[in-house]
Design a protein around this ligand. Structure first.
Ligand code: ZN
Length: 170
């Protein structure tokens, strides 16, 4: 295992020929699309990458990583911590047509104009996909919905109704 500072972009073909394995950190602060959709607790994500050539001769980028996010439970509206785990196997392709020919156990990742893949974007996309669509506690950790909704009035009830003023003028 080589421990390197993770490159942001890399030539997957050269890396696969070398059977490169690398492990390192990406700063979450540089992942603006991820930050736009969720509140991330972790400052960094540690990711391990393996580059290899499979028995079909396809280049494979596989790896794993995890980071902690704050989510709001949609059942009881409490915040809770959730471990986003990613585990991926990509094969680089030049275009969408080539992507259709890939075996289904690989996801396609398009090469950029320099023939490289952007590893940080790959990880960011995987993290976004790992966020549950409807976040919820495990049942055992969740307060019953009645407990949290009861006793909390929606804020609009406290605001004066502008039509009240008009009524007084009549
Ligand atoms: Zn809950």
């Amino acid at each position: 295992m080589q421990n390197l500072k993770l490159p942001i972009t890399i030539d997957p073909y050269k890396s696969a020929q070398r059977r490169l394995e690398c492990q390192g950190l990406f700063a979450i602060s540089e992942m603006n699309r991820l930050l736009a959709v969720s509140e991330i607790n972790s400052e960094q994500i540690e990711v391990k990458f393996n580059f290899d050539v499979d028995e079909l001769g396809l280049v494979v980028i596989s790896g794993k990583g995890s980071a902690t996010v704050n989510l709001t439970c949609q059942r009881c509206t409490d915040a809770f911590e959730y471990l986003l785990e990613i585990d991926f196997s990509f094969s680089p392709v030049k275009n969408a047509e080539a992507a259709e020919d890939l075996p289904s156990y690989y996801d396609a990742i398009e090469l950029d104009e320099n023939g490289e893949v952007n590893l940080r974007e790959l990880v960011e996309d995987e993290l976004i996909l790992a966020i549950p669509l409807i976040p919820r506690h495990d049942f055992k950790d969740c307060q019953s919905p009645a407990d949290s909704v009861w006793g909390k009035l929606p804020e609009e009830h406290d605001k004066p109704n502008p039509f009240d003023v008009l009524k007084k003028l009549k």
